[in-house]
Design a protein around this ligand. Sequence first.
Ligand SMILES: O=C(O)CCC(=O)C(=O)O
Ligand SMILES: [Mn+2]
Length: 215
Amino acid sequence: MTDLFAKLALDPSREAMAEGAVLLRGFALPVEDQILPALRSVVAGAPFRHMVTPGGYTMSVAMSNCGAAGWVTDRSGYRYDRKDPETGRPWPALPQCFLALATAAAGEAGYPHFRPDACLINRYAPGARLSLHQDKDERDFLQPIVSVSLGLPATFQFGGPNRSDPVRKYALRHGDVVVWGGPSRLFFHGVPELKDGHHETLGRMRINLTFRSAL
Ligand SMILES: O=C(O)CCC(=O)C(=O)O
Ligand SMILES: [Mn+2]
């Protein structure tokens, strides 16, 4: 048992998902009053849009970004771009409370040196989904991914290094944070179709923030 696994065994709000991957239940709840207004101001400057994959498929998840770089896709490929292609302007800065939440979650999961420079913001309406994929457009795979769930609950599928590996399913709720890095940094993951429902603060949607060290 690694030190991290030993520590997790003592705390019921922490679930080990794989080596290097941990689910921190409710970790964002104490700061949701800061996160939600900051999110509103980010998306006022960089509105949600449905991007197109290189294969020509329009994604069901609407996306925006903040930070020094943003993840984008279009017919020419997937990449990080310092400018929002919709506005031609730099993405809104990473709010201080986003940075504090992401670095605290990473520290809790055993990655004390994580300094994200990109935050992809996903908005799922009922029926939206994100098929199984790896996060592999970042430059430094030694840095983890920190993923914050807000609003409607979702199922998170977390597999292994190959697309065909079996997936485990986790019910992610408002305020949950998943961190994966180290041996599981490139593990396949995805979100099947969001079920309809109503969340008391966000209504009929799920928002996910994923923090990356991209540049
Ligand atoms: O919405 C989620 O929980 C996962 C999002 C994700 O995997 C991504 O944005 O790359
Ligand atoms: Mn991903």
